[in-house]
Design a protein around this ligand. Structure first.
Ligand SMILES: [Zn+2]
Length: 334
């Protein structure tokens, strides 16, 4: 059961127990994040972990029944240490600017008066080039695993091929003990070795080999600028998520160009620069070492990770904790 048994209100009024406000012992904020929200049958690759639309709706209703659904303004004031919350509270976030999120808005958020934070990559909007990991998801979902590996490896320049590097093959075998040697080498390459730009090129080439137009792939997968503008005008926050979705820690000298392109695109759409950033991949290895310095450099007031847990007021606004949809049951005591 929640600490606050009073029925939460979406209007932001202070719930009371008897005549006493409950703030003192129950102020905490949970960010819950979503990516793909679609029929799992449409994306067979298990790594995607799509949430079925009906499960999304049920989860939102469950969260709203247990907790106060914070508005972006309330979350900002709480995180910044300027104001409290009317009890344990949840705010929803959506990463990667997918069309799935427009459905979520129309069918679930808008009818319930819930406002959220949407983190958008700009490369699909500006260049009509897809985020690398989405191309890989689609390729893996629509081909036999061995076929994807064969096609991927065939496009790797020789210096990167693990078969020719016994040390790399051994390192992959140590980390990916539950995968076949081929799977392990591929995962190791993608996650630790290959330059992001090279993987991006290879995944584009694989799409082309399959006869898929990357521009049309983007049209099918991502929200348009007009849709993002509508979100902004509806009181949702539009946050930065990188131009290309490359981990910020792996961009090297290209970091500023990637972030600034993202900011410029979102500012052109919304008429103001984004105050929020969600670090792509969200794990320790993908978060700038000096998150506060990073945010100050690019003008962000709030930074979201995927470190699991609730947030307290005024604590580390540049490395806020956040959970994915599949972690709700583990983290929530509602
Ligand atoms: Zn993302």
């Amino acid at each position: 059961m929640p600490e606050n048994p009073t029925t939460p209100t979406l209007a932001g009024n202070l719930p009371v127990s008897g005549n006493k406000p409950l703030r003192a012992h129950s102020e905490r904020l949970l960010f819950v994040n979503y990516h793909y929200i679609r029929d799992p049958a449409q994306c067979a690759h298990p790594g995607i972990h799509p949430l079925a639309p009906s499960d999304f709706e049920a989860q939102v209703d469950w969260l709203a029944g247990c907790y106060h659904m914070a508005t972006p303004e309330e979350a900002e004031a709480f995180v910044g240490g300027q104001a409290g919350l009317p009890g344990p509270s949840v705010i929803l976030t959506f990463d990667d600017g997918m069309v799935d999120h427009q459905w979520a808005l129309r069918q679930v958020l808008a009818p319930r008066g819930i406002r959220s934070v949407f983190f958008v990559n700009s490369k699909p909007l500006v260049e009509r080039r897809a985020v690398m990991v989405h191309k890989v998801h689609w390729l893996r979902a629509t081909s036999e695993p061995t076929e994807f590996q064969r096609a991927f490896m065939a496009l790797l320049p020789p210096p990167w091929r693990p078969d020719e590097d016994p040390e790399m093959a051994a390192a992959a075998a140590r980390i990916y003990v539950y995968d076949s040697p081929q799977d392990g080498r591929l995962k190791y390459l993608i996650n630790f070795v290959l330059p992001y730009a090279l993987m991006d090129e290879i995944s584009s080439e694989l799409l082309a080999q399959r006869g898929v137009s990357e521009a049309e792939f983007c049209d099918d997968l991502y929200m348009t600028e007009a849709a993002i503008k509508t979100l902004h005008q509806g009181g949702h926050r539009i946050g930065a998520h990188g131009h290309s979705h490359a981990p910020f820690t792996r961009l090297g000298d290209g970091l500023a160009a990637d972030i600034e392109a993202n900011i410029a695109c979102l500012e052109a759409i919304c008429g103001q620069p984004p105050g929020w950033v969600s670090y792509p991949y969200g794990r320790d290895w993908a978060i700038p070492e000096d998150a506060a310095g990073f945010c100050a450099r690019f003008g962000f007031e709030f930074g979201l990770t995927l470190a699991v847990g609730w947030n307290q007021s005024g604590q580390e606004p540049f490395s806020l904790k956040r959970i994915n949809t599949n972690e709700v049951a583990e983290v929530c005591d509602g």
